[in-house]
Design a protein around this ligand. Structure first.
Ligand SMILES: NC(=O)c1ccc[n+]([C@@H]2O[C@H](COP(=O)([O-])OP(=O)(O)OC[C@H]3O[C@@H](n4cnc5c(N)ncnc54)[C@H](OP(=O)(O)O)[C@@H]3O)[C@@H](O)[C@H]2O)c1
Length: 217
């Protein structure tokens, strides 16, 4: 098959009831051992991609820390370019390659603010970010493998656009509950099972009370 876009692995830690955070946004579900596994996974990809809300709620670094390894490029989907200047991502962008993806909805002042940082700003799409177009641009930038680390809205957009190749979820021993708690996949969802995304189970790892499930699309 001729590839024109990066290979995409979607990764997340979920509660037993399929949530990736509590209603207040607490998402610290993984054990230390599982975090090390995720960091190893990060060290093997060209980029990590997350949505704007994950950056505003978690303020993550998105680097490789629990082991030695290269830091992938960090890609943030942020149509209006609202990422805070004091976020860990922008504070570390001199050291770690960073791409902020915006759409034509961005204000001139936000664009000017972002352009002051040593980052790559990619403008792609009218209102929403056009993910198919973005992935073609990233592929041309030699980004061949991407780890998508959420949140649920970003995960749905990628699945809806058929851009996911593999899914790795850690099922953690917690029940979160609550309609307002974010699920692994948010958005509109599929309306029937035949139309939904069907997967093949490739591997299972049991780690104490956690299970890592690896599926291919
Ligand atoms: N347990 C885990 O493994 C894990 C991992 C990651 C996150 N989380 C949790 O997930 C929660 C955040 O998830 P979320 O679903 O609310 O938000 P999200 O997916 O992190 O971010 C969604 C936002 O990204 C922006 N975006 C830009 N282009 C997009 C596109 N084409 N498709 C989708 N989004 C696009 C949109 O904001 P604009 O319209 O402003 O651009 C959208 O509202 C947090 O509580 C975080 O802690 C958990």
């Amino acid at each position: 098959m001729v590839r024109y876009r990066p290979y995409v692995v979607l990764s997340a830690a979920i509660s037993l009831d399929g949530k990736i955070a509590t209603r207040s946004g607490d998402s610290q579900l993984s054990s230390k051992k599982d975090s090390r596994r995720v960091h190893k996974l990060r060290s093997g990809v060209d980029a990590i991609l997350v949505g704007r809300k994950t950056v505003s709620v978690d303020n993550p670094l998105l680097t490789v820390r629990h082991l030695k390894g290269k830091n992938p490029t960090r890609i943030i989907l942020d149509s209006k370019g609202t990422i805070r200047s004091d976020s860990k991502i922008l504070k570390t962008c001199k050291k770690v390659s960073t791409i902020i993806v915006v759409s034509e909805k961005i204000t001139k002042s936000n664009l000017a603010r972002l352009q002051k940082f040593p980052i790559d700003v990619i403008q792609c799409g009218k209102n929403k970010i056009n993910l198919k177009q973005l992935f073609r641009i990233l592929y041309r930038k030699k980004i061949k493998k991407i780890l998508v680390e959420g949140g649920g809205t970003t995960n749905w957009s990628l699945i809806e656009c058929k851009l996911v190749d593999e899914i790795i979820v850690t099922v953690t021993p917690f029940i979160i509950g609550g309609k307002k708690a974010i699920s692994l996949i948010e958005g509109k969802g599929f309306d029937t099972i035949p139309k939904s995304l069907s997967l093949k189970l490739k591997k299972i790892i049991k780690m104490n009370s956690e299970i890592v499930l690896n599926y291919t699309v």
